[in-house]
Design a protein around this ligand. Structure first.
Ligand SMILES: Nc1ncnc2c1ncn2[C@@H]1O[C@H](COP(=O)(O)OP(=O)(O)OP(=O)(O)O)[C@@H](O)[C@H]1O
Ligand SMILES: [Mg+2]
Length: 310
C-alpha cells in the first residue's frame, strides 16, 4: 500500500494500538514513547465523514512538525513532545509504507485534562456568548466588538475535554485552574499565550490569520516540565482565515472546511454520521489543506515527504 492512499482506518501489524481518537491512532512503542499516526479522516459539525481527504494525515503531521521546530527556535526553553518523523526501528516494512509521512514518534506524557484554547479574534462559541452576555468564557469584554473583531490582546479561554461523543464545555480560567491545579494553571496560560502570539505573528507574515487555536499540554513527571503535546496549529485544531479576505462584521470563510460545510448544509446532511463526500468535495478540501501547508512552510507536501525519504 502506498502512502498516497486515502486511509480512514489503519491497523498496524507490528505495534499494539493504544487508542483511536477522531483523527489519530496512537500506538505504543515503549514505556516512554508513542507512535502518533494521523489518518485522513475528517470531521465537520462534530461528526466524522465516511470517506477521507487525500493527503490530510500527512499535511497535519508535517505541519505540526514544522511548528514544533519554528516554535522551539523562537521560544527559549519550550518543551514539546516531538521526537522524530522517522518510524521506530522495529516497524515492519509494510507498516512503514502505511505510515510514511503521517506518523511521528512522541514522548508519552500525562495529559492535562483541559482544552487550552487561545483566541485572537471573536468568533464561534465566543461570539455567541458575547452577543448574549457581553462576556467570553465568563470573562468581561470591551463593548462594541463586532463579529470576527480582533481582541485587543489574545485571550486564554479553556474548555473541558469531553469524552468521545460529548461536547466540550467552555469554562473560565478559574474553573480551569481547579482542574489543572494552581501549581500549573498560570504556567499553562502563560505558555499557551506565548505559543499563540509567536505562531500568529509567523502566520500573519504568510497571509494567514490564526483566529483561534486549541493546544494540549502534558506533564513530564520526572522534571515537572509542562510540555506542548498533540497536534499543533493545524487547520483541524485552529481557525485559519485567508488574510486577504478578512472583513470584520461577518463570518469568515474557513480556510479548509468551507467547501465541505457548504455542501453538507445544501444537502441537508449537517451533523449526520458517516456521510460520503463526493470526490470533488474531498479533492477541493485536500487542495485547501495543501495550500495552507505551502503557505506556512514555504514548501509543497511532496517536497517535505521527499526530504523525509532522503
Ligand atoms: N504526548 C502525548 N502523550 C499522551 N497522549 C497524547 C500526547 N499527545 C496527544 N495525546 C492524546 O492523543 C489523542 C490524539 O488523538 P485525536 O486528536 O484523534 O483525538 P481527540 O483529541 O479525542 O479528538 P479531536 O482532536 O478530534 O477532539 C488525544 O486524546 C490527546 O490528548
Ligand atoms: Mg485531537
Amino acid at each position: 500500500m502506498s502512502s498516497s492512499s486515502v486511509l480512514t482506518s489503519i491497523a498496524l501489524e507490528s505495534l499494539p494500538k493504544l487508542t483511536s481518537g477522531k483523527v489519530r491512532d496512537l500506538y505504543d512503542i515503549d514505556d516512554k514513547t508513542l507512535l502518533f499516526v494521523t489518518t485522513d479522516r475528517i470531521s465537520a459539525y462534530d461528526v466524522i465523514m465516511g470517506n477521507g481527504v487525500p493527503s490530510k494525515g500527512a499535511v497535519l503531521t508535517q505541519l505540526s512538525a514544522h511548528w514544533f521546530k519554528v516554535l522551539s527556535d523562537r521560544i527559549p526553553g519550550l518543551k514539546t513532545h516531538f521526537l522524530t518523523l522517522q518510524p521506530p526501528a522495529g516497524l515492519s516494512a509494510a507498516d512503514k509504507a502505511v505510515v510514511h509521512g503521517r506518523s511521528m514518534q512522541v514522548r508519552k506524557l500525562k495529559v492535562f485534562p483541559v482544552e487550552v484554547i487561545v483566541r485572537g479574534y471573536i468568533t464561534g462559541s465566543a461570539w455567541n456568548e458575547y452577543k448574549k452576555e457581553g462576556t467570553v468564557h465568563g470573562l468581561p469584554m470591551p463593548t462594541g466588538l463586532q463579529q470576527c473583531s480582533k481582541f485587543p490582546k489574545a485571550i486564554y479561554t479553556p474548555s473541558t475535554k469531553a469524552e468521545l461523543g460529548e461536547h466540550d464545555e467552555n469554562i473560565s480560567p478559574e474553573q480551569a485552574a481547579k482542574i489543572l491545579g494552581d501549581k500549573y494553571a498560570s504556567r499553562i496560560e502563560e505558555l499557551a499565550l506565548k505559543v499563540y502570539n509567536t505562531a500568529a505573528e509567523y502566520a500573519a507574515e504568510r497571509g494567514i490569520i490564526i483566529a483561534d487555536t486549541k493546544f494540549e499540554f502534558g506533564l513530564d513527571e520526572e522534571t515537572d516540565d509542562i510540555v506542548l503535546i498533540d497536534e499543533v496549529l493545524t487547520p483541524d485544531s485552529s481557525r485559519f482565515w485567508p488574510a486577504d479576505e478578512y472583513e470584520v462584521g461577518r463570518d469568515q470563510n474557513s480556510f479548509d472546511k468551507q467547501f465541505l460545510r457548504n455542501w453538507l448544509t445544501s444537502e441537508g446532511l449537517k451533523g449526520k454520521d458517516g456521510v460520503e463526500m463526493p470526490a470533488d468535495i474531498a479533492d477541493a478540501t485536500s487542495a485547501r489543506y495543501l495550500d495552507a501547508f505551502k503557505r506556512l512552510t514555504g514548501k509543497t507536501l511532496d517536497e517535505a515527504l521527499n526530504e523525509l525519504r532522503a
